[in-house]
Design a protein around this ligand. Structure first.
Ligand SMILES: CC(C)(COP(=O)(O)OP(=O)(O)OC[C@H]1O[C@@H](n2cnc3c(N)ncnc32)[C@H](O)[C@@H]1OP(=O)(O)O)[C@@H](O)C(=O)NCCC(=O)NCCS
Length: 169
């Protein structure tokens, strides 16, 4: 499935409003369910900063951007102690167009990030998501992640779980 989809790194010339619109579409269902992820309503400046701050990948189908994911190195200034640790990368701004969700595209995007981390000898890959997003927590557990911490960010209306998976060594 999805053989006609190209996966490639994000470039500064990519159209930010198209990526913001994709994020809003992808996260709309979660927002309707009461989990107001930043990606459901963030502006273009935030999208651009989050894309450029990490290493980001896009999925392209017929010229349209249909998926995105970003991965970040250790954040010495993070509120999350776990994200400050040496060797810990985390991913986010992760979305697939609603018309293609459930077709295996998200898993391939995630695999792009895991492969990138393994190549760069990243020890631990982590993520955060709403503690009430049972389907996402179950999905990440199937992919080998465990809950390692919890945090409440001011920007969102839910408490988050931090999940992590050991990759190398
Ligand atoms: C999360 C997201 C990026 C995953 O992308 P996707 O293309 O839908 O995922 P895939 O089709 O590759 O499926 C991934 C897994 O979810 C399962 N899945 C997908 N859709 C499902 C559904 N409707 N019901 C139950 N399971 C489902 C698949 O079986 C697969 O499980 P497996 O890896 O154990 O086989 C995408 O659904 C999305 O954009 N969601 C909204 C934004 C979001 O929640 N982002 C993550 C925030 S932390």
């Amino acid at each position: 499935m999805n053989e006609d989809i190209l996966f490639r790194p994000y470039k500064p010339s990519d159209p930010i409003p198209e990526i913001t619109a994709l994020l809003h579409r992808a996260y709309a269902k979660m927002a309707r369910q009461g989990m107001r992820y930043l990606a459901s309503h963030q502006d273009d400046k935030t999208t651009q900063e989050r894309l450029a701050h990490g290493t980001s990948f896009l999925a392209i189908k017929g010229g349209a951007i249909v998926g995105t994911i970003s991965v970040y190195g250790p954040y010495p200034g993070s509120e999350v102690l776990f994200y400050r640790r040496e060797g810990v990368y985390h991913f986010g701004q992760y979305a697939v167009d609603p018309t293609l969700q459930g077709t295996g595209l998200g898993k391939r995007l995630y695999q792009t990030v895991e492969d990138h981390c393994r190549k760069n000898n990243v020890k631990t890959l982590a993520l955060d998501t709403a503690e009430t997003a049972d389907h996402l927590i179950a999905l990440y557990q199937r992919w080998g992640f465990c809950i390692v911490d919890r945090v409440k960010w001011d920007e969102v209306n839910y408490k988050s779980v931090i999940m992590a998976k050991e990759l190398n060594g």
